[in-house]
Design a protein around this ligand. Structure first.
Ligand code: FES
Length: 175
């Protein structure tokens, strides 16, 4: 093939344009990757909805005993750790009336919901005063091979207690 003078001039220009296009495409790809990276990264959930480690049975019991069995709040997991009759339970902090977060009421030695005054027992979280229709729900607790207690804070797997009484069958961690 015979190249005209025009072809000879346009060849390097074409290569330059190709190079510029490739560089622009690379920049655009890098920007896109940067924009989507946070969405692609796997975020490890460490609080509510995930398993939450709370220490060994002995450590939890010792902490409860040191403060006259005052319940221990786990704020990220949204639960209270209670010294139940014969062991340890974890009560979901959500009021069973209309869902307010239930705080500890040190003055009355029980839980008192700030929204409509429902009260729950210190050791079992059963209802002491309505309008709450049932006790605070319980999260399942398991013990790992190394002795760490792990609370399952998945709200779809709670232990519901519609009959408002303490049932030892719900005790998963015995003292
Ligand atoms: S939300 Fe707790 S008493 Fe109403």
């Amino acid at each position: 093939m015979i190249r005209t003078p025009t072809d000879r001039r346009s060849l390097p220009r074409r290569q330059v344009l190709r190079g510029l296009f490739a560089a622009a495409a690379a920049v655009a790809a890098a920007e896109l990757a940067g924009a989507f990276a946070p969405f692609l990264r796997v975020t490890r959930v460490a609080g509510f909805g995930a398993p939450v480690a709370i220490g060994t049975r002995q450590a939890v019991l010792a902490e409860l005993a040191a403060h006259d069995d005052r319940p221990i709040l786990n704020a990220p997991g949204r639960f209270w750790i209670l010294h139940a009759p014969g062991g340890i339970i974890a009560a979901y902090r959500k009021c069973t009336h209309l869902g307010c977060a239930v705080p500890w009421d040190a003055q009355n030695d029980r839980f008192t919901c700030p929204c409509h005054g429902s009260q729950f027992d210190k050791h079992t979280a059963v209802v002491l005063r309505t309008p709450a229709p049932k006790p605070l729900q319980l999260f399942h607790i398991s013990e790992t091979g190394s002795g760490t207690l792990v609370v399952d804070t998945n709200p779809l797997r709670v232990i519901d207690r519609p009959d408002n009484r303490w049932d030892p069958a719900h005790l998963e961690i015995r003292a």
